[in-house]
Write a protein that binds this ligand. Structure first.
Ligand code: NAP
Ligand code: FE
Length: 365
């Protein structure tokens, strides 16, 4: 047996999680709250965090400029604010975009990294401590050491990774998701499914990550009908948030595979939401992997109570609806980009450029 498992984030999940655990915020003298433009102000999460900070007499500043698929410019601007405000810890509130931006801001606030070196792989291991509060159920970023940023130079999205990017705390309360749109609920749930399924198809898969992935896949499969119908109880929301966190724990160990690497072009060039992009490719990549590792794929399908990849593809189609329009020339370009990406090489069986193109064609044309 070979195992190496490190996930240092303390996870607390309960109703009224932020207010009940206000002591967690005694992490420093001044917090930089990193969030998106609107949702945290409307779903109660920002009010709860401010209540917890006020209770402990901790000062704060708010950086609320994070857009979906955050850019390098955005995180340098946030880091500038963290330094000006002399923040000594960071609180992320939101979906994967604010959570990922907060990690890069926490890093850049205390590390002198030139913009041209941000994706060099050489970013050191120093960052301000962080508390993450997810308000979507999908990315699991609250328990991963990755920050995924738009990389205009390479026309894709690129991950920066370091152990210091693991948040100190992840506080989970599904009440913030009550008014999350069906579109974002579906796309984020499929992102989290993709994390756990890809974790099992990863070259870095291990027995502990597999156990967690199986549990997450089972939970998500029990939500397939609701994802198709659009009806969610509070318990369903809790289940989706828990499964999303589990998926994050999985990829914190295994990283993602060709599915994410290939999906980034759909987001970069067509503006397709991250989770949906993965969902459009996941079935076809499972079919590809089945040829080389059938037992893995049957293990995954078994967790969903299914026998064949076709059955899974039909379920995904029910949830995701019709695919956007693509032409072959676009897919050729995406195949060139994905072929250069590290994620492809992290697959249990790595597709070459022509196989990547084939997967794109079968999925999208
Ligand atoms: P997102 O871009 O964070 O948010 C999508 C939309 O949902 C935004 O308009 C946001 O509004 C809104 N929203 C968020 N929470 C809401 C709530 N509770 N109620 C109503 N609206 C809400 O989407 P995401 O799918 O969660 O994150 C995607 C990003 O995560 C991508 O950049 C992806 O690459 C990254 N990712 C990271 C990891 C990792 O390990 N680090 C893993 C997978 C994906 P506001 O802008 O107003 O907040
Ligand atoms: Fe993802």
């Amino acid at each position: 047996m070979k195992l190496d498992f490190h996930m240092p984030t303390k996870v607390i999940a309960e109703k009224e999680c932020v207010r009940n655990n206000a002591d967690v915020f005694k992490m420093g003298k001044k917090a930089l709250i990193v969030t998106g433009k609107c949702s945290a102000k409307n779903n109660g999460s920002l009010d709860d965090v401010i209540w917890a900070l006020d209770k402990n007499n901790i000062e704060y500043a708010v950086f609320d400029k994070v857009m979906s698929n955050p850019t390098v410019e955005c995180v340098y601007e946030g880091a500038e604010m963290a330094m000006e405000e002399e923040a000594d810890f960071v609180i992320a509130i939101g979906g994967g975009s604010p959570m990922d931006a907060a990690k890069a801001i926490a890093l850049l606030a205390v590390s002198d990294i030139d913009r041209k070196d941000l994706f060099s792989g050489n970013i050191g291991n120093k960052a301000l401590p962080m508390i993450h509060i997810p308000t979507t159920a999908g990315t699991g970023s609250e328990v991963t050491p990755y920050s995924i940023l738009t990389n205009h130079e390479k026309q894709t999205k690129t991950s920066i990774a370091a152990p210091c990017l693991f948040p100190a705390y992840a506080l989970l309360d599904a009440k913030y998701m009550k008014k999350l749109s069906l579109k974002t609920t579906v796309n984020t749930a499929i992102d989290s499914l993709s994390h756990s399924v890809e974790g099992m198809m990863s070259a870095r898969a291990n027995i502990m990550a597999d156990i967690i992935a199986r549990e997450a896949i089972r939970l998500l499969a029990s939500e397939f009908d609701n994802l198709a119908s659009g009806e969610f109880t509070d318990e369903d929301r809790e289940k989706l948030l828990y499964a999303s966190m589990l998926g994050g724990v999985v990829i914190s160990q295994t990283k993602t595979t060709a599915v994410h690497a290939m999906g980034y072009s759909l987001t970069y060039f067509k503006g397709i939401d991250h989770g949906r992009a993965n969902g459009l490719l996941l079935g076809e990549f499972m079919e590809y992997t089945e040829k080389f590792a059938p037992e893995k794929i049957h293990d995954i399908l078994d967790c969903m109570g299914m026998k064949t990849v076709d059955e899974f593809k039909a379920e995904l189609h029910k949830i995701l609806g019709e695919t956007e329009n693509f032409v072959l020339a676009e897919l050729e370009m995406y195949a060139d980009i994905a072929n250069m990406a590290g994620g492809v090489k992290n697959s249990i069986h790595c597709p070459d450029r022509s196989e990547i193109l084939e997967i794109y064609k079968n999925s999208l044309l």
